[in-house]
Design a protein around this ligand. Structure first.
Ligand SMILES: *[C@@H]1O[C@H](CO)[C@@H](O)[C@H](O)[C@H]1NC(C)=O
Ligand SMILES: *[C@@H]1O[C@H](CO)[C@@H](O)[C@H](O)[C@H]1NC(C)=O
Ligand SMILES: *[C@@H]1O[C@H](CO)[C@@H](O)[C@H](O)[C@H]1NC(C)=O
Ligand SMILES: *[C@@H]1O[C@H](CO)[C@@H](O)[C@H](O)[C@H]1NC(C)=O
Ligand SMILES: *[C@@H]1O[C@H](CO)[C@@H](O)[C@H](O)[C@H]1NC(C)=O
Ligand SMILES: *[C@@H]1O[C@H](CO)[C@@H](O)[C@H](O)[C@H]1NC(C)=O
Ligand SMILES: *[C@@H]1O[C@H](CO)[C@@H](O)[C@H](O)[C@H]1NC(C)=O
Length: 320
């Protein structure tokens, strides 16, 4: 596959220029294997994809879709939040479509097709400048040391004052919270919640995306919960309480190494360290130093609620 070829090339390039910080432009396929469509899992599909990738000026977003069945429009933040497809900044109706990320800042994309955007076919990303202080792309294999600026471990209180609950503003609340935060090995996540009304479940990417909490990696039910991020990789948190996940009590983060060296010397002994992933679209663990890039901050838009989604599922199936 192209990615494998690319990764081989990247390894070669990194080997050759191991002392030069790597900031190669890259083509990112939006949604990976899912492509660009009304995501079966609703809003969170592209939010999750955005959260576990980083975007650098020069990168290309490739929206892979079937001409006539989908389209992609770059829009303002306001239009993104309200799914307003009048007057997009630009519109591409022929798939696959590329967008070159020319500048730093927030980019918002939606589908202008009927009901596609409210059903979750929308993407918000934050693009950072390339440069020596920016880490290689997470799709790259571990690189030579090129550290995220060293700092003392930080304890992050999830949601800050909001705590850990079904967020009133909908599912982007914790994505917004994680935006602009860099999670480095040895940092700690603190979850504050009301015992008996909430819990914290560490789950796989698949469980996170489908909100199936029948099986979890680990569950904590007594607040406060302090979780030491003792390994690089992607971590997915939700709640096992009925409907909490689907209503937006979800947090996905990527934890990176502070040294840039691989962590083989401290191989994880606990299942917490490497949440297994059954999805081929998730690169399992990235040990290279990368900046976390959760979603751009936004006032969380009102969510497509589960009932709404189920109501429209039949329409969605009919459309496809
Ligand atoms: C786009 O989607 C098609 C059909 O699913 C797939 O065959 C193709 O490999 C995808 N292209 C990319 C670049 O992912
Ligand atoms: C959608 O955006 C257009 C201009 O871009 C604006 O005139 C219109 O009022 C907006 N519609 C809604 C429902 O907000
Ligand atoms: C989009 O980018 C990919 C990878 O850079 C390239 O192979 C493809 O030809 C581009 N497609 C268009 C329509 O420019
Ligand atoms: C980036 O710049 C190119 C060339 O100037 C332009 O065609 C393209 O539309 C720009 N991309 C975006 C997302 O604005
Ligand atoms: C996120 O970081 C960027 C660049 O460091 C900054 O311009 C932007 O204002 C920040 N946004 C928030 C919500 O902190
Ligand atoms: C989860 O478990 C319940 C009860 O055992 C079962 O009814 C349900 O189908 C399971 N859900 C999934 C998605 O496997
Ligand atoms: C990582 O942290 C978890 C709990 O925070 C702990 O159970 C586990 O033993 C730790 N693993 C390592 C390798 O330190």
């Amino acid at each position: 596959m192209a990615r494998i070829a690319f990764i081989s090339l990247a390894i070669l390039a990194i080997a050759v220029t191991s002392l030069v910080p790597c900031s190669m432009a890259e083509t990112l396929v939006v949604g990976d294997g899912l492509g660009w469509l009304v995501p079966p899992g609703g809003d969170l599909a592209y939010a999750t994809w955005a959260a576990i990738n980083t975007f650098t000026v020069g990168d290309v977003l490739l929206f892979n879709f079937t001409t006539g069945q989908q389209d992609v429009a770059r829009v303002t933040k306001e239009a993104y939040l309200t799914c307003n497809s009048t007057n997009p900044i630009s519109l591409k109706t022929t798939g696959p479509a590329n967008f070159t990320l020319n500048t730093t800042g927030e980019y918002f994309f939606i589908s202008t097709m009927d009901a596609h955007c409210p059903l979750g076919q929308r993407l918000a990303i934050y693009v950072t400048a390339p440069g020596p202080h920016h880490a290689p792309h997470p799709h790259h294999p571990p690189a030579a040391p090129s550290p995220v600026s060293p700092r003392a471990p930080v304890t992050y209180t999830v949601g800050d004052g909001l705590g850990w609950l079904v967020p009133p503003g909908g599912p982007l609340a914790y994505m917004t919270w994680a935006y602009n935060k860099t999670f480095i090995v040895e940092d700690t996540l603190a979850f504050n919640f009301v015992d008996g009304l909430q819990d914290v479940a560490l789950v796989t990417k698949e469980a996170y995306e489908t909100c199936n909490t029948n099986s979890t990696i680990q569950v904590w039910s007594t607040s406060p919960v302090k979780i030491l991020l003792n390994s690089t990789g992607d971590y997915f948190f939700t709640s096992t309480y009925p409907r909490h996940c689907i209503l937006g009590q979800q947090l996905a983060i990527r934890v990176v190494s502070s040294s840039g060296t691989t962590d083989h010397g401290s191989a994880p002994t606990s299942s917490i360290a490497h949440p297994p992933s059954s999805s081929s679209t998730s690169s399992p663990v990235t040990e290279g130093p990368v900046a976390g890039s959760p979603l751009p901050a936004s006032s969380a838009p009102s969510r497509v609620l589960a009932g709404f989604f189920i109501t429209f599922l039949s329409i969605f199936i009919a459309v496809f």
